[in-house]
Write a protein that binds this ligand. Structure first.
Ligand code: ATP
Length: 161
């Protein structure tokens, strides 16, 4: 089976005394996603991530992908964990892909959320801050929900003291 290695970030930031994370609403239809109903619209939220380039460290990929997909600059705190899934490519010969995504906890440094390049709109409908307390119920993929639970635990035990 084809393998893909990606990395992504959970960027945390305190806004009005509450911890938030940077999430994206992807443009594409996500077949394996659990659509979350919000008012009359279907909301699909995911974490920013992307393929690890040759010679790049996964942590660097996470920071770069966060910058490209959300517009914000973030600095690393630590690794949260890996998620694994299999998907079928919708293009070409419809190959099955085994994918591993490493997620890193990052701290917001600078920049305006959703201030992204116009080419990035092909992938990202919008980027937004989501309260950490609500993020688990709003994310579409169970693996990413687990990662955000780990981020919640880390924030509670290390950043809130
Ligand atoms: P990348 O963002 O790593 O560059 P991509 O956008 O090409 O990659 P994915 O986001 O992995 O690819 O999406 C490929 C397929 O996998 C889509 O059908 C998507 O719905 C599905 N998918 C994405 N993330 C997850 C996940 N965490 N769990 C299960 N399926 C997922």
């Amino acid at each position: 089976m084809i393998r893909e290695i990606s990395a992504g970030g959970v960027v945390v930031r305190q806004l009005d005394g509450a911890w938030n994370i940077a999430a994206i609403e992807p443009q594409k239809e996500a077949s394996q996603a659990r659509p979350v109903r919000k008012t009359s619209q279907t909301l699909l939220l995911a974490l920013p991530k992307g393929l690890v380039d040759q010679g790049e460290k996964p942590e660097q990929t996470a920071i770069r992908e966060v910058q490209e997909e959300t517009g914000i600059t973030a600095t690393p705190i630590n690794k949260l964990g890996d998620i694994k899934y299999v998907y079928v490519r919708s293009w070409g010969d419809k190959q099955r892909v085994f994918k591993v995504v490493s997620f890193y906890l990052l701290r917001y440094q600078s920049g305006e959320i959703d201030d992204i390049d116009s080419e990035m709109r092909i992938e990202v409908k919008r980027a937004l801050w989501v309260p950490l307390e609500e993020a688990v119920s709003k994310l579409a993929y169970s693996g990413e929900r687990d990662i955000v639970r780990r981020a919640q635990e880390y924030v509670k035990s290390h950043l809130e003291a």
